[in-house]
Design a protein around this ligand. Structure first.
Ligand SMILES: Nc1ncnc2c1ncn2[C@@H]1O[C@H](COP(=O)(O)OP(=O)(O)OP(=O)(O)O)[C@@H](O)[C@H]1O
Ligand SMILES: [Mg+2]
Length: 263
């Protein structure tokens, strides 16, 4: 495999399972024999924390890498889930303002990741709930965008705005950007409401829709022990659903798992 797939996981709405999806899909791709890098682009540092690193104790993070005071390779950590992580800290909150004054500010992430990309098959970018400069950096560095969507009333409204931003990025910053699809999360198939939201989004935007990730309390347990749900609740419906989505994503790339899944 020569090409590195860089996927930005984006939704400006908060709490829709962006971070959970990055951690879970990352672990699934690693189990399928891929070399995976996850990048935490959120000053909340939830991904960093949920993969077992204490953001307060991280010395070199994506913040220094974006400001050019450290190289990406030196800031990357290996995690227990078999994926590499470029961590974030609260300091990242100041970077938006610092980048704003720079020429080419949307291209910074793309440039700093260039050297490390050849070492990975899949890179997932975990974005903050915003369409600010950091998210524009993610959309500029990515080849594709994955949109986690919580199946609840009005969730489609944010999708329209997000797709407008994606269209702007395609026009101005990154011609090659495509939408990988929508990933319905926290799905409760027993409610007609959740099903109606899914059908509505599919009809409205005509995007690829991955199989929904079920709502499960098991997701709340994983970050506390610094592992993804694939490690803490391997056979659970949620873990299996993320593995299925990872396989579907590989298929969309014309690829297959390298080793059979060991569930
Ligand atoms: N399928 C699920 N079922 C139940 N709870 C879930 C599921 N997926 C995620 N959660 C929980 O929902 C909360 C929000 O998830 P997460 O942090 O991944 O969202 P996010 O979109 O990254 O949030 P933010 O916008 O703040 O970055 C977390 O407590 C997480 O454990
Ligand atoms: Mg998050």
């Amino acid at each position: 495999m020569s090409r590195t797939h860089v996927v930005a996981v984006v939704n400006q709405k908060g709490g829709v399972a962006k971070t959970t999806s990055v951690a879970s899909l990352g672990a699934a791709f690693a189990q399928m024999g891929r070399r995976v890098l996850l990048v935490d682009l959120d000053p909340q540092a939830s991904l960093t924390f949920s993969l077992g690193l204490d953001p307060d104790a991280v010395e070199v993070s994506v913040h220094q890498v974006l400001l050019g005071t450290a190289g990406a390779a030196g800031a990357i950590h290996r995690t227990d889930d078999g994926v590499d992580l470029l961590p974030s800290t609260i300091e990242l909150a100041g970077v938006e303002a610092q980048l704003l004054a720079r020429p080419g500010r949307e291209f910074v992430l793309r440039t700093v990741l260039e050297d490390v990309l050849p070492g990975y098959d899949v890179v997932l970018l975990d974005c903050a709930p915003s369409l600010g400069v950091l998210t524009l950096n993610a959309l500029t560095a990515a080849g594709q965008v994955l949109v986690p969507l919580q199946c609840e009333m009005l969730s489609h409204r944010g999708v329209g705005q997000l797709l407008d931003t994606v269209a702007d990025v395609q026009r101005i910053l990154n011609r090659d950007l495509t939408v990988l699809g929508v990933l319905p999360t926290m799905y409760d198939g027993r409610t007609t409401h959740a099903r109606a939201v899914l059908a509505d989004v599919q009809e409205r935007y005509g995007l690829t829709m991955f199989a929904p990730i079920p709502k499960s309390v098991r997701f709340a347990e994983a970050p506390a022990v610094g592992r993804s749900i694939l490690a803490t609740a391997r056979g659970s419906k949620g873990a299996v659903a993320y593995c299925d989505v990872a396989r579907a994503v590989l298929r969309s790339w014309g690829e297959r798992p390298r080793r059979p899944l060991n569930r």
